[in-house]
Write a protein that binds this ligand. Structure first.
Ligand code: 2IP
Ligand code: CA
Ligand code: CA
Length: 376
C-alpha cells in the first residue's frame, strides 16, 4: 500500500493548490473573505465560499482515492458533507466530475453563474500537482485497501486560513497563529481496530518562494503498522536539560486548571499556545513541544487521525485524556477512529469527546497524566 501513500501525498498537494488558489486569485479571494452582513446575508448565493472551498477539496480527495482504490469507496469520510446549501436555502451536491469542463459547469451552479471563479477552481482541481519528492522508494506497507478507512480535514484552522496573517517561520520555533497553522490532513485507519496506520499532512503556506514570491508548501507523512514504523521526519533529539524539562502546547481557550497544572511541569517559556488542532499535534511531531493537552471534546476524528499516525511512527501517540485519568496505564487509551458516539448527533458523533494528550514519549505522557489527576 505504498501506492496509497504516494496517492495521498499527491492529492494533498492538489488540495494545497486549491487552498492557495483561493487566496491568490483576486476573484476567489473576495468570495473567501466577504463579510456576511445583515439583510444581504440570506440573499447572497455564494455567502459561504469558505465552506465551498472545504467541500470542494474534500470531494476532490474522495474522488481521486475512490478512482484508484474502489475498495475504499464508502469508507472515505471527512469533516464536510457534500451537500452545499447556499444562502437561498437551495442545495447542490458538490461532486468532482471526470472532466475539468463538467466540474466547472457544476461549480458554476453553486457559484451563482460565476464562470470565472468556477473555471479557476475546476482548473486547480483537475491539474496534476507538481511532483513531490517524498522519499517513499522501497517502502512496503503490509495493508490492503479493503481493510482501511480514511478521515479528511480539507482545511484545519479555517479561521487562520481566512484571516490570512503571514508570519515568517523561524526554524525550531513554534509560531502561535497565522496562515502556516492551516493544514490539509488525510489520515488512514484500520476498519477492524480503528488504529491510525498512515497519515499525510500538507502545510500549504509554509514559506514564500524567494524568487516568485508565491507561497510554497511542506509535506509530512508517516506509516505505522505491523512492525513498520516510518516517518518523513526523524524523531527529534532530546532537548537540552534545562528549565523543568517539559514543554507543552495548548489551545488559548484551555481551562485555567489545566494551564496551572502544566505550569508546575513546564518553565514559563515552555508553556505555549497555538491555533489549529492539527498544527498543535504537528508541533509535537516536530519536537517544537513535547505534549499537546486538550481537556475539551472540541476536536474530531478528522483533526487527529493523520497526525496521530505520524506520532505512532515516531514511537508516541494520542490518548483519550478522560480515559487516561481513570486508567492505570495511560498509553493503553489511544484514540481510535472507527466507532461513532451513536447517542450524539451531527459532528459530535465523531468528536474526541474525552479530550486528548498528544505525546512522543511515554514517560512525559505519564508525568502529564499524574499532574492532572484529580483536577478535572
Ligand atoms: C478546528 C481548528 C481550531 C481548533 C478546533 C478544531 O478545526 O483546528 O483551531 O481549536 O479544535 O476543531 P483551537 O485552535 O482552539 O485548538 P476547523 O478549523 O477545521 O474547524
Ligand atoms: Ca479541523
Ligand atoms: Ca476543517
Amino acid at each position: 500500500m505504498a501506492d496509497l501513500l504516494r496517492l495521498l501525498l499527491r492529492v494533498a498537494e492538489k488540495a494545497a493548490n486549491v487552498a492557495r488558489v483561493c487566496r491568490q486569485e483576486a476573484i476567489l479571494f473576495q468570495l473567501l473573505v466577504q463579510e456576511k452582513t445583515g439583510e444581504d446575508k440570506n440573499k447572497k448565493f455564494v455567502q459561504d465560499f469558505k465552506t465551498l472551498a472545504d467541500v470542494v477539496i474534500q470531494e476532490m480527495i474522495r474522488h481521486d482515492v475512490g478512482a484508484e482504490f474502489p475498495e475504499m469507496v464508502g469508507f472515505i469520510h471527512g469533516e464536510e458533507s457534500n451537500k452545499f446549501e447556499n444562502g437561498l436555502g437551495e442545495s447542490v451536491i458538490v461532486t468532482v466530475c471526470s472532466t475539468e469542463q463538467e466540474t466547472a459547469t457544476l461549480l458554476s451552479t453553486v457559484l451563482d453563474g460565476d464562470h470565472t471563479a468556477a473555471s479557476l477552481l475546476a482548473r486547480a482541481i483537475h491539474q496534476d500537482p507538481a511532483t513531490i519528492d517524498a522519499n517513499t522508494d522501497g517502502l512496503t506497507v503490509p495493508l490492503s485497501p479493503s481493510e482501511l478507512g480514511i478521515w479528511i480535514d480539507p482545511i484545519d484552522a479555517t479561521s487562520q486560513y481566512i484571516e490570512g496573517r503571514e508570519e515568517v517561520l523561524q526554524e525550531g520555533h513554534l509560531s502561535p497563529s497565522g496562515l502556516h497553522c492551516a493544514l490539509v490532513l488525510i489520515g488512514v485507519y484500520l476498519r477492524s481496530t480503528g488504529m491510525p496506520v498512515m497519515g499525510v499532512i500538507n502545510q500549504p503556506f509554509h514559506h514564500k518562494d524567494p524568487v516568485g514570491g508565491g507561497w510554497r508548501g511542506m509535506h509530512f507523512w508517516g506509516v505505522s503498522c505491523d512492525g513498520v514504523n516510518v516517518c518523513s521526519l526523524s524523531r527529534p533529539k532530546a532537548g537540552p536539560e534545562g528549565g523543568k524539562g517539559l514543554s507543552a502546547v495548548l489551545s488559548s481557550s484551555e481551562k485555567s486548571v489545566v494551564k496551572d497544572a502544566l505550569a508546575s511541569l513546564c518553565s514559563p517559556d515552555e508553556l505555549m499556545y497555538a491555533s489549529g488542532a492539527g498544527y498543535k499535534i504537528l508541533c509535537v511531531i516536530q519536537g517544537l513541544a513535547d505534549v499537546y493537552v486538550l481537556s475539551e471534546g472540541s476536536t474530531f476524528k478528522w483533526d487527529s487521525c493523520a497526525p496521530h499516525a505520524l506520532l505512532r511512527a515516531l514511537g508516541g501517540g494520542v490518548v483519550d485524556l478522560t480515559k487516561s485519568l481513570q486508567s492505570s496505564s495511560a498509553a493503553q487509551t489511544e484514540l481510535t477512529y472507527h466507532q461513532a458516539y451513536t447517542e450524539c448527533k451531527g459532528a459530535d458523533r465523531w468528536a474526541n469527546q474525552g479530550g486528548l494528550v498528544a505525546y512522543r514519549d511515554c514517560s512525559q505522557l505519564c508525568r502529564v497524566i499524574e499532574a492532572l489527576k484529580g483536577k478535572l
